[in-house]
Design a protein around this ligand. Structure first.
Ligand code: NAI
Ligand code: MG
Length: 478
């Protein structure tokens, strides 16, 4: 396969990074180089922030309905190029092609959804009595910085860049070094539909070399970050230096609570979906299944059978599960397998590299059974297709185990008892609760974490608050 060359996208121009350096992007299914990409550093970040700053006043001052039209046009262009975008996303990340396609269409949907909001995000008038007129204005922040991870490379750009641009902000995106390509393909489409130069800029590169200078740049106005707790902490400290707001969407160790009154087939299928989707590399993965004691044997037996049927393969061959994204993630999963075994978890399925692959970062879908809440494999995010199965006796114990981790991103509940579901939905410390369908929700629904899963909300109308600030104007009538 021919290695494709990608540059940076700054101020509407395609250019090599100032250093002239490049890095390689791999197909994690084959470990072959698929592209070389500009390796940006502080100089490129500075150029990109300056371009975004220069573009900001005119973009801000455009009529909201005109910004909306461009966003709608972009949504249609993304749909029209869905096959090409999905193809490159799959090669770059290893994810199954149908999943990549779904994420591309969801990206289009983000631009469509926030296009719809661009001219409908109102201020308020506030009653101060007959002698005053008081109203609020919602102004864009200015230059928004987006540090994006590799698990949903294009989709997460849509998620945060669409609301930012809709409200008149400009954006500098630093994609993950594992998956640098689709951010640039999106730039091509932005050019095609007529976004002004500098509204959307992409600087690829490594976290320390390109991500850190972006978060430390004095001329950005806010930061949206999705990734690890460790990097989130560093970014928050950096942001404190210049008093910049941050939105942090970090990890999870989300519980999927299965009660005995649930349809067993449904629970098994949803538990498998919750952990094996995207090879477990999902912040909201249901990586802990909490199953009621009375059905645990039957549940585990059926889940093992289900798991043994999952087809693993190269993303381009549309398997059910692709490889992990990188050698680092592969090694992380391997390390946690060792930890789980040492702690006394029982490997009920998988637990190793699938023997049929001698290349690529493949890992078998894996079930760790008889896990107890104190084990590291019950507390720490593995970010791979490794499910921890825990057992509970009653609702109170389920809640205690579910809330007993440092994270609080999502929680799943499977029961036919509406009161049980409502009690848990009330008491679970999680940013979103799924009842009887794991990953239920959409571009329209707010998403974000409690506790160390972060703060701020993305998606839905809630996200607009991240990219605007409120100005109150109080007028005395004389
Ligand atoms: P990471 O948090 O280091 O990387 C995410 C993004 O941050 C990348 O674009 C990276 O280049 C950038 N970055 C790294 N260091 C930076 C810095 N000092 N300043 C600014 N930007 C920086 O995550 P990594 O190393 O790829 O994965 C490690 C673990 O993080 C995973 O195993 C998983 O547990 C978690 N993770 C969670 C994600 C989520 O969706 N919440 C997504 C990706 C990773
Ligand atoms: Mg790659």
């Amino acid at each position: 396969m021919k290695v494709r060359e990608f540059k940076q996208f700054i101020g509407g121009e395609w250019a090599a990074p100032a250093s002239g350096q490049t890095f390689e992007s791999l197909d994690p299914s084959t470990e072959e180089v698929i592209a070389t990409v500009g390796r940006g550093d502080a100089a490129d970040i500075d150029a990109a922030v300056n371009a975004a700053r220069a573009a900001f006043p005119a973009w801000r001052d455009r009529k909201p309905k005109e910004r909306a039209r461009l966003l709608y046009d972009l949504a249609r262009a993304i749909e029209a190029h869905a096959d090409d975008l999905a193809h490159w996303e799959t090669l770059d990340s290893g994810k199954p092609l149908p999943r990549a396609r779904g994420e591309v269409l969801s990206t289009a949907r983000y631009f469509e959804f926030y296009a719809g909001a661009a001219d409908k995000y109102y201020g308020e008038t506030i009653p101060l009595g007959a002698d005053y007129i008081d109203f609020t204005l919602r102004e864009p922040m200015g230059v928004t910085a987006h540090i994006v991870p590799w698990n949903f490379p294009l989709n997460m750009i849509g998620r945060s860049v669409a609301p930012a641009l809709a409200l008149g902000n400009t954006a500098v995106v630093k994609p993950a070094e594992q998956t640098p390509l689709t951010a640039l393909l999106l730039a091509e489409l932005m050019q095609e539909v007529g976004f002004p130069a500098g509204v959307y800029n992409v600087v690829n590169g490594f976290g320390i070399e390109a991500g850190a200078p972006l978060t430390a740049h004095p001329d950005i106005d806010c930061i949206t970050f999705t990734g690890s707790v460790e990097t989130g902490r560093i970014i928050m400290k950096t942001a404190a230096e210049h008093i910049k707001p941050v939105v942090l969407e970090l990890g999870g160790k989300s519980p999927n609570i299965i009660f005995a009154d649930t349809d067993l087939g449904l629970a098994v299928a949803e538990a498998a979906k919750g952990i094996y989707s995207n090879t477990g590399q999902v912040c909201s993965a249901g990586s802990r299944v909490l199953v009621e004691a009375g059905i645990r044997d039957a549940f585990v037996e059926q889940l093992v059978a289900h798991t043994s049927r999952i087809k693993i393969g190269r993303g381009v061959d549309s398997p059910e599960m692709g490889p992990l994204v990188s050698r680092e993630q592969y090694e992380r999963v391997e390390v946690y397998m060792g930890i789980g075994r040492e702690e006394g978890a029982e490997v009920a399925a998988g637990g190793a590299r699938p023997p049929e692959f001698d290349k690529g970062y493949f890992w078998q879908p894996t079930i760790l059974d008889r896990v107890t809440p104190d084990m590291r494999v019950a507390q720490e995010e593995i970010f791979g297709p490794v499910l921890a199965v825990l057992t509970f006796e009653d609702e109170a114990e389920a809640l205690e185990i579910a809330n007993g981790v440092r994270y609080g991103l999502v929680a799943g509940i499977f029961t036919n008892d509406i009161n049980k579901a409502m009690r848990l939905a009330r008491d679970l410390k999680a940013g979103q609760v799924y009842v009887n369908e794991y990953f239920a929700g959409g571009e329209e629904t707010p998403f974000g974490g409690y506790k160390q899963s972060g703060f701020g909300r993305e998606k839905g109308l809630e996200a607009l608050a991240n990219y605007s600030q409120v100005k109150n104007v109080a007028i005395r009538i004389r």
